[in-house]
Design a protein around this ligand. Structure first.
Ligand SMILES: O=C(O)CCC(=O)C(=O)O
Ligand SMILES: [Mn+2]
Length: 204
């Protein structure tokens, strides 16, 4: 372990005032990280495009959507095909449910090939997630920074964390309603990273 990894183990709560988040580092062992990293190389990664001013622009990362049969999803005009859980995604989902105490029926997987891949300011506030959704986010591979900023209140300072491989970040309460988050691009040389955001789609 290098000293860029925090030494404190156990849930660390992140003070977001009218939002709620907590972070658990070194949650997966190095062996588990290596197993999941290997398995997730073979997810059905896609490079979706969004339309900006009539032009199709590929998003700066790869995506894949795995979910229960009735859990469809789309964001920013992107509708990803729903795929059935792989054994490794299902086992990770069960571990995440155990660690957080919440249940999930879908995962959006993100692949950041290098520091040029990113996700811009957004909230996971699609109507199918319901109000005050709980999102649990697992990181593997390269360390990337993750930022929160409040949607309105400029007196609340932005919050910046480093998402380490093997870590679990849980966002809940008013986080999606009141805050935005992003993974910025970086000019630093960073390893490829896979992030898995477990979600619960409200199905009727
Ligand atoms: O890669 C991350 O840590 C965040 C991904 C994210 O915000 C999302 O998929 O909605
Ligand atoms: Mn998000």
């Amino acid at each position: 372990m290098t000293d860029q990894f925090s030494l404190f183990r156990g849930w660390q709560s992140i003070d977001l005032n009218d939002g709620q988040a907590r972070y658990l580092n070194q949650w997966l062992s190095e062996q588990e990280q290596a197993t999941y990293w290997q398995a997730f190389q073979h997810l059905a990664w896609e490079s979706p495009s969004i339309r900006i001013a009539g032009k199709a622009i590929p998003i700066p990362r790869l995506n894949a959507w795995y979910a229960d049969r009735n859990a469809g999803y789309g964001y920013s005009g992107i509708k990803l095909p729903r795929l059935d859980w792989t054994p490794e995604l299902r086992s990770l989902k069960e571990r995440v449910e155990q660690a957080t105490g919440y249940s999930f029926n879908a995962v959006l997987a993100n692949y950041y090939r290098d520091g040029n891949d990113s996700v811009d300011w957004h909230a996971d506030d699609e109507p199918e997630l319901g109000s005050n959704p709980v999102i649990a986010s697992v990181s593997l591979g390269g360390v990337r920074s993750f930022k929160f900023k409040h949607r309105q209140d400029r007196s609340l300072a932005p919050v910046s964390l480093l998402l380490e491989p093997g870590s679990l970040l849980e966002m809940s309460g008013g986080t999606q309603k009141n805050w935005l988050h992003k993974v910025p691009k970086t000019k630093k040389v960073v390893d490829a990273r896979i992030n898995l955001t477990f979600r619960k789609i409200i199905c009727d």
